[in-house]
Design a protein around this ligand. Structure first.
Ligand code: SAH
Ligand code: SF4
Ligand code: F3S
Length: 487
Protein backbone atom coordinates (compact mmCIF):
# COMPACT_ATOMS: atom_id res chain seq x y z
CA UNK A 1 0.00 0.00 0.00
CA UNK A 2 1.21 3.52 -0.72
CA UNK A 3 1.37 5.89 2.28
CA UNK A 4 1.31 3.08 4.76
CA UNK A 5 0.60 4.24 8.27
CA UNK A 6 0.74 2.05 11.34
CA UNK A 7 -2.80 2.03 12.72
CA UNK A 8 -1.50 0.39 15.92
CA UNK A 9 0.09 3.68 16.90
CA UNK A 10 -3.22 5.55 16.83
CA UNK A 11 -4.97 6.10 20.15
CA UNK A 12 -8.60 5.38 19.34
CA UNK A 13 -9.74 6.56 22.76
CA UNK A 14 -8.37 10.03 22.17
CA UNK A 15 -10.48 12.80 20.60
CA UNK A 16 -10.77 12.59 16.84
CA UNK A 17 -8.19 14.78 15.07
CA UNK A 18 -9.62 17.67 13.05
CA UNK A 19 -6.82 17.69 10.48
CA UNK A 20 -6.85 15.52 7.35
CA UNK A 21 -5.65 12.94 6.59
CA UNK A 22 -4.96 12.19 10.30
CA UNK A 23 -8.70 12.20 10.94
CA UNK A 24 -9.30 9.44 8.39
CA UNK A 25 -6.46 7.31 9.75
CA UNK A 26 -8.01 7.68 13.21
CA UNK A 27 -11.37 6.43 11.91
CA UNK A 28 -9.64 3.61 10.05
CA UNK A 29 -8.20 2.49 13.38
CA UNK A 30 -11.70 2.65 14.89
CA UNK A 31 -13.24 0.67 12.02
CA UNK A 32 -10.47 -1.90 12.46
CA UNK A 33 -11.70 -2.54 16.00
CA UNK A 34 -15.07 -3.41 14.50
CA UNK A 35 -13.35 -5.78 12.06
CA UNK A 36 -11.58 -7.53 14.97
CA UNK A 37 -14.86 -7.80 16.83
CA UNK A 38 -16.53 -9.26 13.75
CA UNK A 39 -13.73 -11.81 13.47
CA UNK A 40 -14.09 -12.82 17.12
CA UNK A 41 -17.82 -13.40 16.63
CA UNK A 42 -17.79 -15.05 13.22
CA UNK A 43 -14.43 -16.73 13.05
CA UNK A 44 -13.57 -14.86 9.87
CA UNK A 45 -12.85 -11.34 8.69
CA UNK A 46 -15.67 -9.38 6.99
CA UNK A 47 -15.27 -9.28 3.24
CA UNK A 48 -15.97 -6.45 0.81
CA UNK A 49 -16.79 -6.10 -2.87
CA UNK A 50 -16.39 -2.92 -4.92
CA UNK A 51 -17.62 -2.15 -8.40
CA UNK A 52 -16.52 0.89 -10.36
CA UNK A 53 -18.55 2.50 -13.11
CA UNK A 54 -17.32 5.30 -15.37
CA UNK A 55 -13.96 6.76 -16.20
CA UNK A 56 -10.34 6.35 -15.17
CA UNK A 57 -10.75 8.98 -12.51
CA UNK A 58 -13.39 6.88 -10.84
CA UNK A 59 -11.16 3.84 -11.18
CA UNK A 60 -8.36 5.68 -9.39
CA UNK A 61 -10.78 6.82 -6.67
CA UNK A 62 -11.81 3.21 -6.19
CA UNK A 63 -8.22 2.18 -5.59
CA UNK A 64 -8.20 4.64 -2.71
CA UNK A 65 -11.47 3.24 -1.37
CA UNK A 66 -10.10 -0.31 -1.58
CA UNK A 67 -6.97 0.78 0.30
CA UNK A 68 -9.09 2.07 3.19
CA UNK A 69 -11.16 -1.13 3.34
CA UNK A 70 -8.12 -3.41 3.11
CA UNK A 71 -6.29 -1.14 5.54
CA UNK A 72 -8.89 -1.78 8.25
CA UNK A 73 -8.50 -5.51 7.73
CA UNK A 74 -11.48 -6.38 5.56
CA UNK A 75 -10.86 -8.96 2.85
CA UNK A 76 -11.57 -8.17 -0.80
CA UNK A 77 -13.76 -10.62 -2.70
CA UNK A 78 -14.99 -10.76 -6.28
CA UNK A 79 -18.55 -11.72 -5.39
CA UNK A 80 -21.41 -9.53 -4.28
CA UNK A 81 -22.16 -12.07 -1.56
CA UNK A 82 -20.07 -9.88 0.69
CA UNK A 83 -20.48 -8.17 4.04
CA UNK A 84 -19.84 -4.76 2.52
CA UNK A 85 -20.70 -3.85 -1.07
CA UNK A 86 -19.63 -0.50 -2.49
CA UNK A 87 -20.53 0.90 -5.91
CA UNK A 88 -18.54 3.87 -7.18
CA UNK A 89 -21.02 5.32 -9.66
CA UNK A 90 -20.97 7.32 -12.91
CA UNK A 91 -23.70 9.52 -14.34
CA UNK A 92 -22.20 10.74 -17.60
CA UNK A 93 -24.90 8.98 -19.61
CA UNK A 94 -28.32 7.67 -18.62
CA UNK A 95 -27.20 4.05 -19.21
CA UNK A 96 -24.65 4.33 -16.42
CA UNK A 97 -27.42 5.23 -13.97
CA UNK A 98 -29.75 2.51 -15.17
CA UNK A 99 -27.07 -0.10 -14.62
CA UNK A 100 -26.62 1.00 -11.03
CA UNK A 101 -30.35 0.85 -10.30
CA UNK A 102 -30.54 -2.61 -11.90
CA UNK A 103 -27.68 -3.92 -9.79
CA UNK A 104 -29.10 -2.30 -6.65
CA UNK A 105 -32.39 -4.13 -7.16
CA UNK A 106 -30.51 -7.44 -7.13
CA UNK A 107 -28.52 -6.38 -4.08
CA UNK A 108 -31.77 -5.65 -2.25
CA UNK A 109 -32.77 -9.29 -2.73
CA UNK A 110 -29.42 -10.47 -1.34
CA UNK A 111 -29.74 -8.18 1.63
CA UNK A 112 -33.14 -9.65 2.53
CA UNK A 113 -31.42 -13.02 2.93
CA UNK A 114 -28.44 -11.51 4.74
CA UNK A 115 -29.65 -8.49 6.73
CA UNK A 116 -26.17 -7.87 8.19
CA UNK A 117 -24.88 -6.90 4.77
CA UNK A 118 -23.90 -3.24 4.34
CA UNK A 119 -24.50 -1.46 1.03
CA UNK A 120 -22.72 1.78 0.12
CA UNK A 121 -22.88 4.08 -2.89
CA UNK A 122 -20.54 6.88 -3.81
CA UNK A 123 -19.28 8.76 -6.84
CA UNK A 124 -20.76 11.03 -9.46
CA UNK A 125 -24.40 9.87 -9.39
CA UNK A 126 -24.61 10.75 -5.70
CA UNK A 127 -23.94 14.41 -6.48
CA UNK A 128 -27.41 14.63 -8.03
CA UNK A 129 -30.13 15.48 -5.55
CA UNK A 130 -32.81 13.66 -7.54
CA UNK A 131 -30.75 10.48 -7.37
CA UNK A 132 -30.33 10.63 -3.61
CA UNK A 133 -34.06 11.38 -3.21
CA UNK A 134 -34.92 8.38 -5.35
CA UNK A 135 -32.55 6.15 -3.38
CA UNK A 136 -34.11 7.23 -0.10
CA UNK A 137 -37.58 6.56 -1.47
CA UNK A 138 -37.12 3.36 -3.43
CA UNK A 139 -33.92 1.77 -2.07
CA UNK A 140 -34.09 2.43 1.68
CA UNK A 141 -31.83 -0.55 2.34
CA UNK A 142 -28.78 1.44 1.21
CA UNK A 143 -26.63 2.05 4.32
CA UNK A 144 -24.14 4.65 3.22
CA UNK A 145 -24.16 7.37 0.57
CA UNK A 146 -21.37 9.84 -0.11
CA UNK A 147 -20.27 11.98 -3.03
CA UNK A 148 -17.22 12.82 -5.10
CA UNK A 149 -16.03 15.72 -2.93
CA UNK A 150 -15.96 13.78 0.32
CA UNK A 151 -14.82 10.45 -1.05
CA UNK A 152 -11.81 10.67 1.27
CA UNK A 153 -14.20 10.33 4.24
CA UNK A 154 -15.02 6.67 3.71
CA UNK A 155 -13.48 5.53 7.01
CA UNK A 156 -15.24 8.23 9.01
CA UNK A 157 -18.65 7.63 7.41
CA UNK A 158 -18.33 3.87 7.67
CA UNK A 159 -17.57 4.24 11.36
CA UNK A 160 -20.60 6.50 11.77
CA UNK A 161 -22.79 3.86 10.12
CA UNK A 162 -21.29 1.04 12.19
CA UNK A 163 -21.90 2.88 15.42
CA UNK A 164 -25.54 3.69 14.68
CA UNK A 165 -28.52 2.02 13.13
CA UNK A 166 -29.59 4.56 10.56
CA UNK A 167 -28.30 5.05 7.02
CA UNK A 168 -25.59 7.69 6.70
CA UNK A 169 -25.94 10.17 3.86
CA UNK A 170 -23.25 12.78 3.44
CA UNK A 171 -22.82 14.47 0.09
CA UNK A 172 -20.89 17.73 -0.17
CA UNK A 173 -21.92 20.27 -2.81
CA UNK A 174 -18.36 21.19 -3.57
CA UNK A 175 -14.93 21.63 -2.12
CA UNK A 176 -11.81 23.64 -2.71
CA UNK A 177 -9.56 21.25 -0.89
CA UNK A 178 -7.50 18.33 -2.04
CA UNK A 179 -6.69 15.84 0.70
CA UNK A 180 -3.21 14.44 0.13
CA UNK A 181 -1.46 11.39 1.58
CA UNK A 182 -4.40 9.09 2.00
CA UNK A 183 -3.71 5.41 1.56
CA UNK A 184 -3.99 4.06 -1.94
CA UNK A 185 -3.73 0.66 -3.52
CA UNK A 186 -3.15 -0.40 -7.12
CA UNK A 187 -4.99 -2.86 -9.27
CA UNK A 188 -1.84 -3.53 -11.29
CA UNK A 189 1.58 -3.62 -9.62
CA UNK A 190 3.36 -2.18 -12.67
CA UNK A 191 1.09 0.67 -13.77
CA UNK A 192 -0.94 3.32 -12.06
CA UNK A 193 -3.13 6.33 -12.63
CA UNK A 194 -2.08 9.56 -10.96
CA UNK A 195 -4.60 12.35 -10.50
CA UNK A 196 -3.13 15.67 -11.46
CA UNK A 197 -6.33 17.65 -11.23
CA UNK A 198 -9.94 17.28 -10.23
CA UNK A 199 -13.15 18.77 -11.60
CA UNK A 200 -13.81 20.63 -14.83
CA UNK A 201 -14.53 24.23 -15.80
CA UNK A 202 -15.46 23.72 -19.42
CA UNK A 203 -19.20 23.22 -19.22
CA UNK A 204 -19.64 21.53 -22.57
CA UNK A 205 -23.37 21.94 -22.95
CA UNK A 206 -24.20 18.22 -22.94
CA UNK A 207 -21.97 17.25 -20.05
CA UNK A 208 -22.79 16.70 -16.39
CA UNK A 209 -19.22 16.25 -15.18
CA UNK A 210 -18.65 19.90 -14.12
CA UNK A 211 -21.80 19.68 -11.97
CA UNK A 212 -20.87 16.45 -10.23
CA UNK A 213 -17.11 16.90 -10.00
CA UNK A 214 -17.04 20.61 -9.26
CA UNK A 215 -14.59 23.30 -10.30
CA UNK A 216 -11.16 22.57 -11.65
CA UNK A 217 -8.46 22.11 -8.97
CA UNK A 218 -4.87 21.19 -9.79
CA UNK A 219 -2.64 19.32 -7.39
CA UNK A 220 0.68 20.89 -6.51
CA UNK A 221 3.40 19.66 -8.88
CA UNK A 222 5.58 18.65 -5.90
CA UNK A 223 2.81 16.39 -4.60
CA UNK A 224 2.43 14.78 -8.02
CA UNK A 225 6.16 14.21 -8.41
CA UNK A 226 6.38 12.76 -4.89
CA UNK A 227 3.58 10.34 -5.73
CA UNK A 228 5.23 9.33 -9.01
CA UNK A 229 8.56 8.80 -7.22
CA UNK A 230 6.87 6.62 -4.64
CA UNK A 231 5.19 4.61 -7.37
CA UNK A 232 8.48 4.16 -9.22
CA UNK A 233 10.16 2.99 -6.02
CA UNK A 234 7.34 0.49 -5.69
CA UNK A 235 8.00 -1.02 -9.12
CA UNK A 236 5.58 0.96 -11.28
CA UNK A 237 6.89 1.51 -14.82
CA UNK A 238 3.89 3.17 -16.47
CA UNK A 239 1.84 6.04 -15.15
CA UNK A 240 -1.22 7.74 -16.55
CA UNK A 241 -1.72 11.34 -15.51
CA UNK A 242 -5.43 11.88 -15.04
CA UNK A 243 -7.69 14.89 -15.37
CA UNK A 244 -10.81 15.89 -17.29
CA UNK A 245 -8.75 18.38 -19.22
CA UNK A 246 -5.06 17.90 -18.53
CA UNK A 247 -4.13 20.66 -20.95
CA UNK A 248 -5.36 23.27 -18.53
CA UNK A 249 -3.38 21.78 -15.64
CA UNK A 250 -1.70 24.22 -13.31
CA UNK A 251 -3.31 27.41 -14.57
CA UNK A 252 -5.06 28.13 -11.29
CA UNK A 253 -2.16 27.28 -8.98
CA UNK A 254 -0.58 30.02 -6.89
CA UNK A 255 2.60 29.48 -8.92
CA UNK A 256 1.13 28.53 -12.30
CA UNK A 257 2.84 25.83 -14.29
CA UNK A 258 1.86 24.35 -17.64
CA UNK A 259 0.99 20.73 -18.31
CA UNK A 260 4.00 20.49 -20.60
CA UNK A 261 6.27 21.66 -17.77
CA UNK A 262 4.74 19.11 -15.44
CA UNK A 263 5.42 16.38 -18.01
CA UNK A 264 9.04 17.47 -18.23
CA UNK A 265 9.35 17.08 -14.47
CA UNK A 266 7.61 13.70 -14.41
CA UNK A 267 9.89 12.50 -17.19
CA UNK A 268 12.87 12.95 -14.88
CA UNK A 269 11.61 10.41 -12.36
CA UNK A 270 13.88 7.39 -12.61
CA UNK A 271 12.26 4.01 -13.06
CA UNK A 272 9.22 5.35 -14.89
CA UNK A 273 9.42 4.12 -18.47
CA UNK A 274 6.09 5.14 -19.92
CA UNK A 275 3.98 8.22 -19.35
CA UNK A 276 0.42 8.52 -20.59
CA UNK A 277 -2.23 11.15 -19.93
CA UNK A 278 -5.94 11.59 -20.31
CA UNK A 279 -7.92 13.61 -21.41
CA UNK A 280 -6.79 16.41 -23.69
CA UNK A 281 -9.21 19.12 -24.73
CA UNK A 282 -8.34 20.29 -28.25
CA UNK A 283 -8.89 23.95 -27.37
CA UNK A 284 -6.04 23.96 -24.85
CA UNK A 285 -3.50 21.74 -26.57
CA UNK A 286 -0.34 23.81 -26.83
CA UNK A 287 2.60 23.75 -29.23
CA UNK A 288 4.74 23.45 -26.13
CA UNK A 289 3.01 20.14 -25.33
CA UNK A 290 3.59 18.82 -28.84
CA UNK A 291 7.27 19.76 -28.59
CA UNK A 292 7.65 18.07 -25.21
CA UNK A 293 5.95 14.92 -26.51
CA UNK A 294 8.14 14.87 -29.56
CA UNK A 295 11.35 15.24 -27.57
CA UNK A 296 10.38 12.76 -24.88
CA UNK A 297 11.57 9.19 -24.67
CA UNK A 298 8.97 8.25 -22.10
CA UNK A 299 5.75 9.97 -23.15
CA UNK A 300 3.80 7.46 -25.18
CA UNK A 301 2.94 8.33 -28.77
CA UNK A 302 -0.76 8.30 -28.10
CA UNK A 303 -3.16 11.17 -27.80
CA UNK A 304 -6.81 10.86 -26.88
CA UNK A 305 -8.31 14.00 -28.38
CA UNK A 306 -12.10 14.05 -28.13
CA UNK A 307 -13.71 15.47 -31.25
CA UNK A 308 -17.37 15.17 -30.10
CA UNK A 309 -18.66 16.45 -33.46
CA UNK A 310 -17.25 17.36 -36.85
CA UNK A 311 -19.76 20.13 -37.45
CA UNK A 312 -18.61 23.61 -36.45
CA UNK A 313 -22.23 24.60 -35.86
CA UNK A 314 -22.80 21.73 -33.45
CA UNK A 315 -19.41 22.27 -31.81
CA UNK A 316 -20.50 25.82 -31.07
CA UNK A 317 -23.77 24.62 -29.55
CA UNK A 318 -21.74 22.11 -27.54
CA UNK A 319 -19.56 24.96 -26.23
CA UNK A 320 -16.41 23.15 -27.31
CA UNK A 321 -14.64 26.35 -28.46
CA UNK A 322 -13.03 24.98 -31.63
CA UNK A 323 -14.21 24.50 -35.21
CA UNK A 324 -14.00 21.55 -37.56
CA UNK A 325 -11.14 23.22 -39.38
CA UNK A 326 -9.22 23.98 -36.21
CA UNK A 327 -9.53 20.37 -35.08
CA UNK A 328 -8.32 19.02 -38.40
CA UNK A 329 -5.41 21.47 -38.46
CA UNK A 330 -4.45 20.47 -34.93
CA UNK A 331 -4.55 16.76 -35.75
CA UNK A 332 -2.41 17.40 -38.81
CA UNK A 333 0.13 19.43 -36.85
CA UNK A 334 0.45 16.67 -34.25
CA UNK A 335 0.86 13.95 -36.86
CA UNK A 336 3.47 15.97 -38.68
CA UNK A 337 5.47 16.49 -35.51
CA UNK A 338 5.09 12.91 -34.25
CA UNK A 339 4.41 10.68 -37.27
CA UNK A 340 4.11 7.46 -35.24
CA UNK A 341 1.43 8.90 -32.97
CA UNK A 342 -1.87 7.18 -32.55
CA UNK A 343 -4.87 9.47 -32.28
CA UNK A 344 -8.05 8.30 -30.60
CA UNK A 345 -11.23 10.18 -29.92
CA UNK A 346 -14.74 10.42 -28.48
CA UNK A 347 -17.73 11.28 -30.67
CA UNK A 348 -21.32 12.02 -29.72
CA UNK A 349 -24.11 11.30 -32.20
CA UNK A 350 -27.52 12.95 -32.02
CA UNK A 351 -26.75 16.14 -30.13
CA UNK A 352 -29.88 18.36 -30.22
CA UNK A 353 -30.33 19.97 -33.62
CA UNK A 354 -27.85 17.66 -35.39
CA UNK A 355 -28.90 17.43 -39.04
CA UNK A 356 -27.81 14.90 -41.63
CA UNK A 357 -25.38 17.53 -42.95
CA UNK A 358 -23.87 18.02 -39.52
CA UNK A 359 -23.51 14.29 -39.15
CA UNK A 360 -21.78 14.01 -42.52
CA UNK A 361 -19.26 16.60 -41.32
CA UNK A 362 -18.42 14.26 -38.45
CA UNK A 363 -18.03 11.36 -40.88
CA UNK A 364 -15.80 13.59 -42.97
CA UNK A 365 -13.45 14.36 -40.06
CA UNK A 366 -13.24 10.67 -39.18
CA UNK A 367 -12.18 9.95 -42.75
CA UNK A 368 -9.68 12.80 -42.85
CA UNK A 369 -7.97 12.36 -39.49
CA UNK A 370 -7.75 8.56 -39.49
CA UNK A 371 -8.26 7.77 -35.81
CA UNK A 372 -6.76 4.54 -34.52
CA UNK A 373 -9.96 4.05 -32.59
CA UNK A 374 -12.91 6.05 -31.35
CA UNK A 375 -15.47 5.77 -28.61
CA UNK A 376 -18.83 6.60 -30.10
CA UNK A 377 -21.73 7.63 -27.90
CA UNK A 378 -25.40 8.24 -28.45
CA UNK A 379 -26.26 11.64 -26.99
CA UNK A 380 -27.82 11.22 -23.58
CA UNK A 381 -29.91 14.00 -22.08
CA UNK A 382 -28.57 15.00 -18.66
CA UNK A 383 -30.91 17.00 -16.48
CA UNK A 384 -29.47 20.35 -15.49
CA UNK A 385 -27.21 20.73 -18.53
CA UNK A 386 -27.99 23.42 -21.14
CA UNK A 387 -28.42 20.84 -23.91
CA UNK A 388 -31.20 19.06 -22.02
CA UNK A 389 -33.57 21.96 -22.64
CA UNK A 390 -32.51 22.64 -26.23
CA UNK A 391 -35.17 22.27 -28.85
CA UNK A 392 -34.83 19.84 -31.74
CA UNK A 393 -33.86 16.76 -29.77
CA UNK A 394 -33.13 14.23 -32.53
CA UNK A 395 -35.54 11.26 -32.81
CA UNK A 396 -34.17 7.97 -31.51
CA UNK A 397 -34.42 6.03 -34.78
CA UNK A 398 -32.50 8.74 -36.67
CA UNK A 399 -29.75 8.75 -34.04
CA UNK A 400 -29.49 4.98 -34.04
CA UNK A 401 -29.14 4.86 -37.80
CA UNK A 402 -26.40 7.53 -37.75
CA UNK A 403 -24.67 5.80 -34.88
CA UNK A 404 -24.46 2.54 -36.84
CA UNK A 405 -23.02 4.33 -39.87
CA UNK A 406 -20.45 6.12 -37.74
CA UNK A 407 -19.43 2.96 -35.92
CA UNK A 408 -18.85 1.21 -39.23
CA UNK A 409 -16.74 4.08 -40.52
CA UNK A 410 -14.72 4.31 -37.33
CA UNK A 411 -14.01 0.58 -37.42
CA UNK A 412 -13.04 0.66 -41.08
CA UNK A 413 -10.66 3.60 -40.73
CA UNK A 414 -9.28 2.19 -37.48
CA UNK A 415 -8.51 -1.13 -39.14
CA UNK A 416 -6.77 0.68 -41.98
CA UNK A 417 -4.51 2.90 -39.90
CA UNK A 418 -3.84 1.04 -36.69
CA UNK A 419 -2.09 -1.89 -38.36
CA UNK A 420 0.68 0.30 -39.73
CA UNK A 421 3.40 -1.25 -37.57
CA UNK A 422 2.87 -4.80 -38.79
CA UNK A 423 6.12 -6.69 -39.52
CA UNK A 424 8.15 -4.43 -37.24
CA UNK A 425 9.61 -5.14 -33.83
CA UNK A 426 8.22 -2.94 -31.05
CA UNK A 427 8.37 -2.62 -27.29
CA UNK A 428 5.40 -4.07 -25.44
CA UNK A 429 4.52 -3.63 -21.78
CA UNK A 430 3.23 -7.05 -20.78
CA UNK A 431 0.03 -6.62 -18.78
CA UNK A 432 -1.68 -9.96 -18.24
CA UNK A 433 -2.26 -13.53 -19.26
CA UNK A 434 -4.58 -13.66 -22.26
CA UNK A 435 -8.24 -14.08 -21.28
CA UNK A 436 -8.87 -16.87 -23.77
CA UNK A 437 -5.60 -18.75 -23.95
CA UNK A 438 -3.27 -19.00 -20.98
CA UNK A 439 -0.24 -19.75 -23.16
CA UNK A 440 -0.55 -16.24 -24.57
CA UNK A 441 0.31 -12.93 -22.93
CA UNK A 442 -1.38 -9.60 -23.59
CA UNK A 443 0.39 -6.28 -23.61
CA UNK A 444 0.34 -2.84 -25.14
CA UNK A 445 2.49 -0.83 -27.49
CA UNK A 446 3.41 2.70 -26.56
CA UNK A 447 0.63 3.88 -28.83
CA UNK A 448 -1.78 1.75 -26.81
CA UNK A 449 -2.49 -0.93 -29.44
CA UNK A 450 -2.99 -4.38 -27.92
CA UNK A 451 -0.56 -7.21 -28.75
CA UNK A 452 -0.98 -10.92 -27.98
CA UNK A 453 2.03 -13.24 -28.09
CA UNK A 454 3.12 -16.60 -26.65
CA UNK A 455 4.85 -16.14 -23.30
CA UNK A 456 4.76 -16.80 -19.59
CA UNK A 457 3.39 -14.82 -16.72
CA UNK A 458 6.86 -13.99 -15.41
CA UNK A 459 6.89 -11.36 -18.14
CA UNK A 460 4.03 -9.38 -16.59
CA UNK A 461 5.11 -5.83 -15.82
CA UNK A 462 8.16 -6.05 -18.09
CA UNK A 463 8.77 -4.21 -21.33
CA UNK A 464 9.81 -6.69 -24.01
CA UNK A 465 10.50 -6.53 -27.72
CA UNK A 466 7.89 -8.29 -29.81
CA UNK A 467 7.73 -8.79 -33.55
CA UNK A 468 4.28 -7.82 -34.76
CA UNK A 469 3.61 -10.60 -37.23
CA UNK A 470 -0.04 -10.22 -38.00
CA UNK A 471 -2.64 -7.45 -37.63
CA UNK A 472 -6.14 -8.59 -36.77
CA UNK A 473 -8.30 -5.50 -37.23
CA UNK A 474 -7.60 -3.85 -33.90
CA UNK A 475 -4.84 -5.94 -32.28
CA UNK A 476 -1.59 -7.67 -33.26
CA UNK A 477 -0.46 -11.25 -32.95
CA UNK A 478 3.28 -11.48 -32.43
CA UNK A 479 6.26 -13.33 -31.05
CA UNK A 480 9.02 -12.41 -28.65
CA UNK A 481 11.93 -10.94 -30.58
CA UNK A 482 15.56 -10.75 -29.61
CA UNK A 483 15.77 -8.66 -26.43
CA UNK A 484 18.11 -5.73 -26.00
CA UNK A 485 20.43 -5.95 -22.99
CA UNK A 486 20.04 -3.76 -19.89
CA UNK A 487 16.23 -3.83 -19.66
N1 SAH B 1 -13.22 15.38 -20.11
C1 SAH B 1 -13.28 14.56 -21.21
C2 SAH B 1 -14.46 13.64 -21.30
C3 SAH B 1 -15.17 13.14 -20.12
S1 SAH B 1 -16.68 12.30 -20.40
C4 SAH B 1 -13.29 15.45 -22.44
O1 SAH B 1 -13.68 16.57 -22.38
O2 SAH B 1 -12.97 14.97 -23.47
C5 SAH B 1 -16.21 11.11 -21.63
C6 SAH B 1 -16.98 11.22 -22.89
O3 SAH B 1 -18.35 10.98 -22.67
C7 SAH B 1 -16.96 12.58 -23.55
O4 SAH B 1 -15.82 12.80 -24.30
C8 SAH B 1 -18.19 12.55 -24.41
O5 SAH B 1 -17.91 12.05 -25.69
C9 SAH B 1 -19.10 11.58 -23.69
N2 SAH B 1 -20.25 12.26 -23.11
C10 SAH B 1 -20.25 13.19 -22.15
N3 SAH B 1 -21.51 13.61 -21.90
C11 SAH B 1 -22.33 12.91 -22.73
C12 SAH B 1 -23.72 12.90 -22.97
N4 SAH B 1 -24.55 13.69 -22.30
N5 SAH B 1 -24.21 12.04 -23.91
C13 SAH B 1 -23.37 11.23 -24.59
N6 SAH B 1 -22.05 11.23 -24.42
C14 SAH B 1 -21.52 12.05 -23.50
FE1 SF4 C 1 -17.40 17.26 -19.81
FE2 SF4 C 1 -16.43 19.00 -21.50
FE3 SF4 C 1 -15.47 18.90 -19.02
FE4 SF4 C 1 -14.96 16.94 -20.73
S1 SF4 C 1 -14.30 19.07 -20.92
S2 SF4 C 1 -15.61 16.73 -18.62
S3 SF4 C 1 -16.82 16.83 -21.92
S4 SF4 C 1 -17.52 19.50 -19.63
FE1 F3S D 1 -18.63 9.26 -15.07
FE2 F3S D 1 -17.96 10.83 -13.15
FE3 F3S D 1 -16.13 9.93 -14.79
S1 F3S D 1 -19.77 11.03 -14.38
S2 F3S D 1 -17.23 9.64 -16.68
S3 F3S D 1 -17.34 8.72 -13.43
S4 F3S D 1 -16.18 11.92 -13.84
Amino acid sequence: MENEINLDKIDINAESPTEEPARQYYFMAKCREWVFEFERKNGRRPCFFTQTFGCQMNARDSEKLVAVLSGIGMVETDSEDADFVLYNTCTVRENANLRVYGRLGQLGVKKKKNPGMLIALCGCMMQEKEVVDKLKRSYPFVDLIFGTHNIFQLAELLYLRLSGKKPVIEVWDGTDKIVENLPSERKYPFKSGVNIMFGCNNFCSYCIVPYVRGRERSRQPEEIIREVERLAADGVVEIMLLGQNVNSYGKTLMHPISFAELLTQVEKVEGIKRIRFMTSHPKDLSDELIAVMKASKKICPHLHLPLQSGSSRILKAMNRKYTKEQYIALAKKIKQAIPEISLTTDIIVGFPGETEEDFLETMDVVGMVGFDSAFTFIYSKRTGTPAAVMENQVPEDVVKERFDRLLKKVQETGAKVSGRQVHTVQEVLVEEVNDHDDRMMTGRLGNNTVVHFPGTKELIGKIVRVSLDEFKGFYYLGNLAEQKKNR
